[in-house]
Design a protein around this ligand. Structure first.
Ligand code: P6P
Length: 337
């Protein structure tokens, strides 16, 4: 009997992980998971693939420009704002686990299911096409989403939605830029996927993203500088004396994505035109704050006031935003105090 041969060493092969398989992996390690959240994340994946195709073909299919209507914020709606909103409403509407959706484009929340006996359900809030005014000039635009557990005990839809951002179960965005990037957190770090158009799938490119703790760069619309509160002006004077660089796209998803990957600080301070800041708490600031904190950064509305701790009073309320590298947010806070 020949001596037994040692089995060949196992070969380590770098797996190809798609967003879909990643979602199922995350579900598998969550004992209480029922698959409902996975189905919702899958709905966001297919919705944003459809939106990406419409964004990339916009000029050729003549869907650029304004729709001739205003949204609840009194802002001109771009044709693609309306199209993207419709796609998300229709795809999420087909998911049994979604009780309520709320959108920047809809004044009232849309109640999809309200039978009290139902198993766990969720509320999905989104800005369907943030930064859409950049579409005509081929600038980066994005979809931002936030997912909360549906509170069946709440007296109405608004009450179920008005939860602090710390209660989000998932948050993320899709940036329609030089590539289509899906950035997601379910509370266990931040993972990044890039759409492979040939395969029609979002491919995992980075697990456990961490934003650098410092980076000498700030991102703010300096056109509003004269109307910023004093502390912000003191910070900008300091940063410029220190030789900080300035980067600003005017599209939150594009600006925050740069901060997430390279560090720095993004700010939308109170202005004369927007005394509470321009950005909306529920479907812009909260999801971005969860992502940045999960990546090791900070996100505040004022010194000592975490965005994720704000108790909302209205689904469309606004908040000042200072978020990014922990060290850089601390620098801004030190000048605001
Ligand atoms: P401003 C886009 O309209 C948006 O809501 C965010 O994406 C962006 O960060 C901000 O407004 C830009 O506002 O006043 O600098 O044009």
């Amino acid at each position: 009997m020949p001596a037994p041969q040692p089995s060949p060493a196992a070969v380590s092969i770098e797996p190809i992980v798609t967003l879909q398989s990643h979602i199922l992996q995350q579900q598998a390690v969550s004992p209480e998971a029922t698959g409902t959240l996975s189905w919702i994340l899958s709905a966001l994946s297919i919705s944003t693939k459809v939106i990406a195709a419409k964004v990339r073909g916009a000029r050729l299919q003549d869907v650029l420009g304004t729709a001739g209507t205003d949204n609840v914020q009194g802002e001109n709606q771009q044709k693609l704002d309306v199209i993207a909103n419709e796609v998300l409403l229709r795809v999420l509407g087909g998911r049994d686990g979604v009780a309520i959706v709320a959108s920047e484009e809809n004044e009232e929340p849309v109640i999809l299911r309200d039978d009290p006996a139902a198993e766990r359900r969720y509320c999905v809030l989104f800005d369907p096409l943030d930064g859409s005014s950049n579409l005509d000039v081929c600038g980066g635009v994005g979809t931002i989403f936030s997912i909360l557990r549906h509170d069946r005990r709440a007296r109405d839809a608004q009450a179920s939605l008005l939860q602090p951002g710390a209660r989000q179960v998932a948050a993320g965005y899709v940036l329609y830029g030089s590539s289509t990037v899906f950035v997601l957190t379910v509370g266990r770090g931040v993972d990044m996927f890039v759409l492979d158009p040939a395969a029609g799938a979002f491919m995992l490119v980075e697990r456990g993203l961490r934003t650098p703790t410092t980076c000498r760069s700030y991102s703010v619309n300096e056109g509003n500088r004269r109307t910023f509160p004093e502390g912000y002006q003191r910070y900008l004077d300091w940063a410029q004396e220190q030789g900080y660089s300035s980067r600003y796209v005017g599209s939150m998803v594009a600006d925050v994505h740069r901060i997430l990957l390279k560090g720095g600080v993004f700010m939308y301070p109170p202005t004369r035109k927007a005394p509470q800041g321009k950005l909306r708490l529920m479907y812009e600031a909260n999801p971005m704050a969860m992502l940045i904190e999960q990546a090791g950064g900070k996100a505040i509305a004022a010194p000592g006031r975490r965005i994720l701790e704000i108790q909302p009073g209205d689904i469309h309320e606004r908040t000042p935003v200072v978020l990014g590298s922990a060290g850089e947010v601390d620098q801004v806070a030190a000048h605001l105090g």
